[in-house]
Design a protein around this ligand. Structure first.
Ligand code: ADP
Ligand code: TRP
Length: 332
């Protein structure tokens, strides 16, 4: 039997090139070799109290973008978390053996307390138990997530082991972080700082749904400097970032051409950016076209969501039935 891979995505914004090259591309590879579950974590997003009129649209948008990027509903189970309420039942069970002290020590929780002191709700505190429930409900083996999720995953491992120990069973596999080996890449943003991200400020990220004009504008505004002052100089960070981005989207000859120009001190950043913008447009255009196409195909999206819900529900209800038995619930 194939091992189980699972990952969740919060519906908090549009997919950008960083998400694509850093995460989705790996999901696409994984879906061929593992039994994959990819879900949209809409329960988790309630910690920030989204308006009811916005929630569904955000979930739909992210589903559309993941499909447009290449996740295949015939290969992986793509589902919306709130379509599988068994997760909430497991969350309740896990919460009974999750201790306030350990939850309060989770770094992401401490960060939220610092950043939003007026909304420190119990959902935030128990975010790691909900995440553990997501993982354990399908008895998942591997979890492809970024470094920021390491501690949440550690809690999921603790909760799985604890459940097994308390009930004297070998029921939940202990989930492992999925290691992509050397394939881990960081896509730089356009503002000169390290990383492309949706929360790094306006103009830093290029989205898969973005139009050509806006891409050109953002790239032309990318941070550069007044140029090299000696041959073969080490590139300062914003320039190196621009080259790194180019390495991801452009042909090797193109990168070589501008690299030579830099080393010979005759580089024109304007030309480099124009080329970079056109190469990004080549990458983004098919995604954008598919996003538009899929956004208008409500029937298909509905079918995908239903199919995912059904498959996820089947696996989840089997787990929850067994968990109830283990805990000692018996029907009359
Ligand atoms: P954001 O940083 O825009 O808020 P998320 O934190 O929602 O994005 O990340 C979703 C996934 O995309 C994670 O697996 C994360 O590691 C990956 N990711 C986000 N930004 C980048 C980037 N610039 N380079 C590589 N991977 C990234
Ligand atoms: N916490 C993850 C994030 O913020 C999203 C997530 C929720 C998740 N449940 C999960 C990731 C289960 C992996 C497995 O990105």
């Amino acid at each position: 039997m194939k091992e189980i891979v699972l990952s969740g995505i919060r519906p908090t914004g549009n997919l950008h090139l960083g998400n694509y090259y850093g995460a989705v591309q790996n999901f696409i590879k994984l879906q061929d070799n593992y039994n994959c579950y990819f879900f949209i974590a809409d329960y988790h997003s309630l910690t920030t109290h989204p308006h009811p009129d916005d929630l569904h649209g955000r979930v739909k948008q992210i589903l559309v973008e993941y499909l447009a990027a290449g996740l295949d509903p015939e290969k992986a189970t793509l589902y919306v978390q709130s379509d599988v309420p068994e997760v909430v039942e497991l969350y309740l069970f896990l919460n009974m053996n999750a201790y306030i002290g350990e939850l309060e020590r989770v770094t992401t929780f401490k960060e939220k307390v610092r950043k939003q002191p007026d909304n420190v709700n119990a959902g935030l505190l128990t975010y790691p138990t909900l995440m553990a429930a997501d993982i354990l409900i399908h008895k998942s083996n591997y979890i492809p997530v970024g470094k920021d999720q390491e501690q949440n995953l550690e809690k999921a491992r603790d909760f799985a082991e604890r459940f097994n120990r308390i009930y004297g069973v070998d029921f939940f596999p202990v989930p492992q972080a999925f290691n992509y080996g050397n394939a881990l890449i960081k896509v730089p943003g356009l503002d000169g700082s390290g990383k492309m991200g949706k929360s790094e400020g306006e103009g830093n990220a290029i989205f898969l749904c973005e139009d050509d004009k806006s891409i050109r504008k953002k790239v032309m505004r990318a941070v550069t400097d007044s140029g090299p002052t000696e041959p073969n100089q080490v590139k300062p960070e914003p320039i190196q970032n621009l080259f790194n981005l180019m390495k991801i989207v452009s042909a090797p000859e193109t990168v070589q051409f501008f690299d030579d120009a830099y080393n010979n001190m005759n580089i024109r950043y304007g030309d480099m950016k124009k080329q970079l913008a056109e190469d990004i447009i080549k990458v983004v255009t098919p995604f954008r076209e598919r996003i538009i196409e899929l956004s208008n195909d409500d029937e298909y999206i509905k079918k995908v969501a239903r199919m995912g819900a059904e498959k996820a529900h089947e696996s989840a209800s089997k787990t929850i039935k067994e968990v109830r038995e283990i805990i000692g619930f018996r029907s009359f």
